[in-house]
Design a protein around this ligand. Structure first.
Ligand SMILES: Cc1cc2nc3c(=O)[nH]c(=O)nc-3n(C[C@H](O)[C@H](O)[C@H](O)COP(=O)(O)OP(=O)(O)OC[C@H]3O[C@@H](n4cnc5c(N)ncnc54)[C@H](O)[C@@H]3O)c2cc1C
Length: 554
């Protein structure tokens, strides 16, 4: 447009109206490799719907408006409800309607976990807040499936692809959302410190109980039910299903005190609640509340890895598209040698996160059934916390760097990268913060000796005789052999080494030479990068890396 004083030139719009899957050859190839080619048509349609300008606009609106707590109705009756912008519901309708959330449990085809992961990876590039209720609902499924009576009641409603936002008893709804409640004021990581009590109704052996206490973080508080940890009379922690409505048709006494005013994740509601003798139904064995809820948390941790991988990809795509269009000092940014180092580094980090996230998802598939694959179990137990720590942390750094590629334009709220930057830390904080994940890895190394050995053998085989990888493997050997000798203070270091090695092995097996060589040269060389772009470009086939990251013809 012409203004009185100047003409607007050399401004580059964010990339819109593209199929997000078509933009991503790496994701397509990895899906085919994992046997999920049957899912590609559906994922392309989803990628197209998500990539529309209107969907990005919906995401921006849902975050700008944010949820509003409505404690009372117009006549003063307590309703403890949350009102959302219509675009929040539109995004949840889109997400749930594709069926990716329930796919791993509703489908038996090989590649179902990779397909579901891809759905999350695509959705998370456009709107991350909606992944929270989807993740918690999905993660509750394996826990509830173990209980035939509960599954008979809830199963179909969990697998149903409709988004039903109505506030009604579960029996009146075709589909439901679930959340989880562990964190209390006095401690979140230390769940054993929970003080909420559960008093059995009608005798000590009853599965029904009245819960009294609070939860300090209670995301998606208007979900149809939450899985909640509480201390039963005998002192042990048990897990309870706490619905919004009691079986007698009354509102359950879960009082939403307020909603958190969060740094990011603003489309999604996270509440603080009080249980005033709220009705709950025990899930799992009495006194085994922690293992029960941790099974759910293992699944949510996978989705944290996927969500952060999606953020990394979203930042990379916009950064690369911008750098190709924006001119500075006489040529496009994407042709400036130093910017090429930055972009190539972001591309390497992104594909390394992708291949790790998909391998992890595959492990969840292979660990199912009566004869689970021991290697898959090893991946689930050891690599889930390690990957959660690493990828979620890398996403924070990558978000800042991708934003900066857009210069000042990246820093203003009209840019999707500003929202992405505020969103990035949450995956690292919730569902087990960084240190807790590193310590969990250390614990698993000590306890799960068979799994540890199985993972070692696989990594050793994947390293082959590549000298940099063999050296990295050797460096891990002492902690592998005697994990009890490792000081807690080293846990992050161990996790970092393990993840980098696993990523390198996966890339070596499944990625083109430009990616593998680039990763090895920059992550295992003498000059290991501390900031993005601090690379020795001679070691990189930058053109190949950038073309794979975002094909110029796509
Ligand atoms: C947006 C948002 C939504 C959330 N939604 C939910 C929800 O729906 N349900 C729910 O239950 N929780 C929820 N949480 C809570 C979240 O899971 C906790 O914040 C998290 O587990 C950390 O617990 P905490 O805040 O009590 O921190 P703390 O446990 O006090 O930990 C503080 C820091 O100390 C570190 N730390 C802890 N123990 C050790 C140790 N032994 N050694 C070294 N370092 C250690 C942690 O890694 C962390 O960095 C949510 C949090 C956020 C931010």
């Amino acid at each position: 447009m012409d203004w009185n004083t100047h003409t607007v030139t050399n401004q580059v719009d964010e990339l819109r109206d593209a199929d997000l899957l078509a933009l991503d050859p790496a994701l397509q190839q990895h899906l085919q490799r994992l046997g999920a080619d049957w899912a590609l048509p559906g994922l392309h349609a989803y990628g197209t719907a998500l990539g529309r300008r209107e969907t990005f606009e919906q995401a921006a609106q849902a975050n700008a408006a944010g949820p509003v707590l409505q404690r009372f109705d117009a006549r003063g009756r307590r309703i403890d409800d949350v009102r959302f912008h219509p675009d929040w519901h539109a995004l949840l309708t889109l997400l749930r309607g594709q069926g990716w959330m329930a796919r791993p449990f509703a489908d038996h085809r090989p590649g179902r976990w990779a397909a579901a992961a891809a759905g999350m990876l695509l959705h998370g590039q456009v709107e991350a807040g909606t992944l929270c209720p989807a993740t918690m609902t999905q993660a509750a499924i394996p826990v509830l499936r173990r209980d035939p009576a509960l599954w008979a009641w809830l199963g179909e409603r969990l697998l149903d692809p409709r988004h039903d936002p109505s506030d009604r008893p579960i029996d009146a709804k075709p589909s439901i959302w679930l959340g989880m409640g562990m964190t209390e004021k006095q401690g979140g990581s230390d769940v054993r410190a929970n003080t909420t009590t559960a008093t059995p109704i009608g005798g000590p052996d009853s599965a029904e109980a009245l819960l009294r206490g609070h939860k300090w973080f209670y995301s998606a508080p208007s979900s149809d039910a939450h899985l909640v940890v509480a201390r039963a009379a005998e002192g042990g922690l048990s897990c309870y299903l706490v619905p919004r409505w009691r079986p007698d048709g009354q509102r359950n006494a879960v009082r939403i005190q307020r909603l958190k005013d969060k740094l990011g994740n603003r489309s999604n509601a996270s509440g603080e609640v009080e249980f005033e003798d709220a009705w709950g139904l025990r899930v799992g064995e009495p006194g085994r509340g922690l293992p029960t809820i941790l099974e759910m948390a293992t699944h949510t941790r996978l989705n944290c890895v996927l969500g952060s991988t999606a953020l990394m990809r979203a930042g990379l795509v916009q950064a690369l598209a911008y750098a190709r269009g924006r001119q500075a000092f006489g040529r496009p940014l994407a042709q400036q040698p130093l910017m090429r180092s930055v972009l190539a580094d972001l591309a390497l980090e992104s594909e390394a996160a992708l291949v790790l996230a998909l391998r992890l998802a595959q492990a969840f598939e292979d660990a199912e059934g009566p004869a689970p694959d021991p290697l898959a179990r090893a991946w689930q137990r050891l690599m889930t916390p390690a990957a959660k720590l690493w990828v979620c942390k890398r996403a924070v750094a990558q978000a800042g760097e991708a934003l900066e590629v857009l210069g000042g334009n990246g820093y203003v709220e009209e840019s999707s990268l500003a929202r992405l930057y505020r969103e990035a830390p949450v995956n690292s904080v919730w569902e087990g913060s960084g240190n807790v994940m590193a310590l969990d890895l250390l614990r698993a190394l000590g306890r799960e000796r068979e799994a540890t050995q199985r993972l070692w053998d696989d990594l050793a085989e994947g390293c082959g005789d590549e000298p940099r990888l063999r050296a990295a493997l050797t460096a891990l050997a002492p902690v592998w052999q005697r994990p009890t000798d490792a000081a807690e203070g080293q846990a992050r270091r161990i996790a970092q080494r393990l993840v980098l090695l696993a990523q390198a092995v996966l890339l070596r097996r499944h990625a083109p030479a430009a990616v593998t060589e680039g990763f090895l040269a920059t992550r295992f060389g003498p000059d290991t990068a501390g900031i993005f772009g601090a690379l020795a470009p001679a070691a990189l086939d930058v053109d190949a890396l950038l073309e794979r990251a975002l094909p110029t013809q796509a």
